[in-house]
Design a protein around this ligand. Structure first.
Ligand code: FES
Length: 357
C-alpha cells in the first residue's frame, strides 16, 4: 500500500510505500530533510505529525520527552505512514544549512573510461549516510595523500552510493593514486558537503546546463535531482569537451533525452586535445568561446531561464559576460569551477600548470 506525505513548511510531497521509513522515502524523492544516523539514535530526524497516522517500524534508542510525544513528535527514520500524512519537519533550503560531515567510505566500484578518466563509486556505512544538496562537492582523502576536492556526481536521493569523476592529472597525488593504486574495498575519508552551487528549487523556470569536461559531474547531480523533483521542467544540457574520452557518459545523456520529453542534450566538441590547449591558451579560450556562441545562438534571449555552468574559472568569466549580454539576470546564473581537475582548470587563459595528463 502507498500513502502520500506532504511537508507543512515547503508544500513538497512524496509517496511512501508501506514498510519504508518516512526518511528513506523523502531522501529518495530528493528532499533535503535533516537527519543523521538513520537508525534511531541521534534524534536529528524528529518531525511533528500534523495530520494522519504513523506506524513504528522498529524500536529506537533515542528517548523522546513527554512533551515531544504529546505534540506528536516522531523519528522519521523509525516510522512509516499508516495513512496519508502531513508532517512538520526541518528541510534545508540552502547549502549552508547542512553541516559538514566526516564519513569513512569504502570504494565500491572503479570504472575506467579510456586511459585518463575514472568513475569512482563510494559506499557510506548504513548508519552514516551523506546528506547533501545536488551540485555540492566533497573533500576526499586516502592513505595520507593530500586531500582532493571533487564534485559529487550522484543524486542526493541515493545518500549511500556517492559517485565521483576523477581525471588523471600528472603530478597530482590523489588522481595518481586513484589510477595507479586504488582498489575496491579501500577506505576513503569524505568530508562533505561543501560549496553553494545547488539547484534552485524555488524556481520553475526552464534550465540550461553548461558543463565543461568533468564539470559534467556536478551538472549530472543537479540534473538528476531536478528531473526527480519535476519531470515537466524543461532542461537543455550542453556538454563541452575535448580529447579522446570527451563525452564519457554520452549514452547516459542520450538515454535521458530519449526518456524525458522536456530534456534536450547537445554535445559540443573542441577539436583539440587538452595537451594542445595547454600550449595554446589564447587559442583555447577562443575555441571554447566558439562553443558558447553556439549556445547563445540557440537562446538569443536568456531572460526567462536559469543557467547552471561548471567550467574552469576563465571560462566562467567569459560565460558570465556572454550570457548576461543575452539577457540572463546575474542572479539566475549559478556557476562553479571544475573541482579537482587542476590541470584543465588552469589550461585556458590561466597560469601555466606543471605538466599535462
Ligand atoms: S536519523 Fe538519527 S534518529 Fe533518525
Amino acid at each position: 500500500m502507498t500513502f502520500k506525505v506532504s511537508l507543512q513548511s515547503t508544500g513538497q510531497r512524496f509517496v511512501i510505500e508501506q514498510h519504508d521509513s518516512i526518511l528513506d522515502a523523502a531522501v529518495r524523492a530528493g528532499i533535503a530533510l535533516e537527519y543523521g544516523c538513520s537508525n534511531g539514535n541521534c534524534g536529528l530526524c524528529k518531525a511533528r505529525v500534523v495530520r494522519g497516522n504513523v506506524e513504528l517500524l522498529r524500536p529506537h534508542d533515542y528517548i523522546m520527552s513527554a512533551s515531544e510525544k504529546a505534540c506528536g513528535t516522531i523519528l522519521m527514520c523509525s516510522n512509516t505512514a499508516a495513512s496519508n500524512l502531513e508532517i512538520d519537519a526541518s528541510v534545508a533550503g540552502a547549502a549552508r544549512e547542512i553541516a559538514v560531515q566526516n564519513i569513512r567510505t569504502k570504494v565500491r566500484k572503479l570504472t575506467p573510461v579510456g586511459d585518463n578518466l575514472m568513475l569512482m563509486q563510494l559506499q557510506t556505512p548504513r548508519s552514516q549516510r551523506l546528506r547533501f544538496l545536488a551540485g555540492q562537492y566533497a573533500c576526499l582523502s586516502v592513505a595520507g595523500i593530500a586531500s582532493y576536492d571533487s564534485a559529487i556526481a550522484s543524486c542526493p536521493c541515493d545518500d549511500m552510493r556517492l559517485e565521483f569523476h576523477i581525471r588523471r592529472v600528472a603530478d597530482e597525488p590523489f588522481s595518481k593514486y586513484v589510477f595507479d593504486c586504488l582498489k575496491p574495498g579501500t577506505f576513503i575519508e569524505v568530508e562533505a558537503p561543501r560549496g553553494e552551487f545547488v539547484l534552485r528549487e524555488d524556481s520553475k523556470r526552464p534550465i540550461i546546463l553548461i558543463a565543461f569536461d568533468t564539470g559534467f559531474a556536478a551538472i549530472k547531480s543537479v540534473l538528476e535531482h531536478a528531473t526527480a523533483q519535476d519531470e515537466e521542467r524543461r532542461a537543455h544540457l550542453y556538454w563541452i569537451t575535448c580529447g579522446a574520452d570527451g563525452h564519457y557518459l554520452d549514452n547516459l545523456c542520450r538515454s535521458w533525452a530519449d526518456a524525458l520529453d522536456q530534456f534536450r542534450y547537445t554535445p559540443l566538441s573542441i577539436k583539440q586535445d587538452y595537451d594542445r590547449l595547454l600550449t595554446a591558451r589564447e587559442q583555447g579560450l577562443q575555441l571554447v568561446d566558439e562553443q558558447l556562441q553556439r549556445i547563445v545562438a540557440d537562446y538569443p534571449d536568456m531572460s526567462g531561464h536559469d543557467v547552471y555552468m561548471v567550467a574552469p574559472d576563465p571560462l566562467l568569466a567569459a560565460g558570465k559576460n556572454l550570457l548576461t549580454e543575452h539577457g540572463l539576470p546575474h542572479a539566475r546564473l549559478m556557476q562553479e569551477p571544475v573541482r579537482g581537475n587542476r590541470n584543465v582548470g588552469c589550461v585556458i587563459g590561466g597560469t601555466a600548470p606543471a605538466s599535462g595528463g
